[in-house]
Structures are given as C-alpha cells and as structure tokens.
Design a protein around this ligand. Structure first.
Ligand code: AKG
Ligand code: FE2
Length: 292
C-alpha cells in the first residue's frame, strides 16, 4: 500500500504534458513569441546563415576572454563589488553586487566581440540585449541542490544564457554539464522536465535507459574566460559544485531586442530590466523600456 502511494506520488512528478504547457505559457500567453517576431521585423543589420553548434544543438562552448583578460575582469569585479546577495536556503552560492555602469558597459563590449555578436544576431535573427546578469560566487559544498541538479529553466523557448567562467575548472573543480536539444526533446517523454524543484535528480540514467537514449552528458574543461552559450529552457543542464576552491561564473540572460544591446544598456542604465530575475508577466511590457 505504502509503495503504491509512493509510486502514484512519483508518477505525478513525472508529467510529459508540462513541457508543452511551459512553452504555451511563455511563448503564447505571455507573448514572448510575438515580442520576438516584432524584434525580427525591425532588424536592420544583415547576417549570413550559420550552422554553428548553437543553431544545430542548442549549446556551444566558446572562448570569450584570454586568461589574463579573464583574471583582470574577475579582479575588477571583486574590487568593485559592493556586497553580495544570498538566496534563501542557499548557503553555497552568493551573487556579487557591482553597480559601476561604465565598467559594466565596457565588460559587455569585451564579451560581445564581432564573432559572438554575429552568432547571437544569427541565433535570434534580431538584435538582442542583456535581460539580466549575475556574478555567481560558489564555494565547495557536499550537497548538490537546485541548479546543481538536472533541470531546464522555465521561460520562453527562444532565449539564451551565457555562463562565462572567470576562473579555471582546475582551480575549483566546478563545472556545468549539458544534454543537447535533441536528447532533451526526446527525454521530455519521460515527464521529468519542469517538475518540482524538490524532485530534481543528479542522475537521469535510469530514465534515459527506459527511453533507449544514450546517456552521455557533455561537459568541457572550462578555462578562465571560456563560456557556454545555451538555450536554458530547451537544454537539460546542471551545475557541478566546486570541490576545492571558489568558482566565479558571470551569467548573462539574453532576450531578443528591437535595438542593439548597447543602446538597450544605456536606456536601462545597465541594471537589466528583470526584477529579481523573474520573467515579465507580459512580454509587451519589455518593449516600453525601449520606446524613447
Ligand atoms: O551554475 C551552473 O553551472 C548552472 C547554472 C544554471 O542552471 C543556470 O544558470 O541556469
Ligand atoms: Fe538553469
């Protein structure tokens, strides 16, 4: 009897209809698809077709900074940090608060090199902007929770995150693992995606086996200045906690934009426009920041 009710409870946690429900909510009901189409309709820059890994698989490992630039950037962020925010119940990670607009604008300018800019322009087929950014400092901790267990982020189907490692995997032992878009889509049949946070797992191999899917998570040895660009709502991912040092990761959340990122940055004073990293209830409200 006890096992039967546990089984029912578990089944409830596995629900294949959730993926469609999430994308219907964000893309259609909250209007993120319409907003994206609007951004595409006003793009003036030209971009040529690309079949890079980001387009074909939904994730790509790139080098953004060389080692010295990464070290200088991290040093400046630490020096400029005016404090940190720790989320409730998360004692292994904090977000550094840096408010120097001029420094941040230059930092983003250094990140959005012509080749990365073109990759993003091509991915969105529109301009893009930094919806929010955060500098995560994570320390060694024995127990993986939340974003350190397998998940997809809730949100529109077409948005991107950049995880820019400011120090080396070798220095801390931390990393991030991923499955590509095709695996994640097939795996969605298991009903695991977008389940309750407390049902997240560190090992999906049993569920993958039931679906006859090869279980080969991707990860790269992240050197200081390396980044992963990925579609967080369509790509299963999980952080790997550091085990012998501090891990510093700059996370950027990118959305399509009707105007280039630097104009958006100037209009929003560089703070990003998402309140507490939450999605706007209606994507129409994002446009108002750019009408001036
Ligand atoms: O910290 C990590 O490696 C993963 C973070 C994550 O899940 C996210 O930024 O969506
Ligand atoms: Fe995530």
């Amino acid at each position: 009897m006890r096992f039967k009710s546990l089984n029912i409870l578990w089944k409830k946690r596995l629900d294949p209809s959730r993926r469609k429900a999430v994308f219907t909510e964000y893309d259609k009901q909250r209007g993120y698809q319409r907003y994206h189409q609007y951004c595409q309709s006003v793009v003036t820059r030209k971009f040529s077709p690309k079949d890079d890994m980001l387009s074909t698989q939904g994730l790509e490992h790139i080098t953004v900074f060389d080692e010295p630039t990464s070290a200088t950037t991290l040093g400046s962020l630490l020096a400029k940090s005016e404090g940190s925010i720790q989320k409730e119940n998360i004692d292994y990670s904090e977000m550094l608060q840096v408010n120097d607009d001029i420094f941040l604008r230059q930092m983003f300018q250094n990140i959005f090199t012509p080749s990365i800019d073109h990759k993003l322009l091509h991915y969105f087929k529109s301009e893009y902007f930094v919806y929010w950014f955060a500098i995560f400092h994570t320390i060694p901790s024995p127990q993986s929770r939340r974003s350190f267990l397998w998940h997809c982020d809730k949100g529109p189907s077409r948005h991107l995150k950049i995880l820019l490692y400011l120090n080396d995997t070798a220095v801390h032992g931390g990393n991030t693992e991923f499955f590509d878009r095709e695996f994640t889509r097939k795996f969605s049949e298991s009903g695991y995606l977008f389940g309750p946070v407390d049902a997240r797992q560190s090992d999906l191999s049993d569920l993958a086996k039931k679906l006859d899917l090869p279980y080969q998570p991707k990860k790269w040895s992240m050197h200081a200045g390396d980044a992963i660009i990925f579609e967080p709502s369509q790509i299963l991912h999980r952080g790997i906690l550091p085990n012998h040092g501090s891990r510093y990761v700059l996370t950027l959340c990118l959305l399509p934009s009707p105007i280039p990122w630097h104009t958006a940055f100037d209009l929003t004073k560089g703070v990003g426009i998402s309140q507490n990293y939450n999605w706007h209830t209606n994507a129409r409200d994002i446009q108002q920041y750019f009408n001036s």
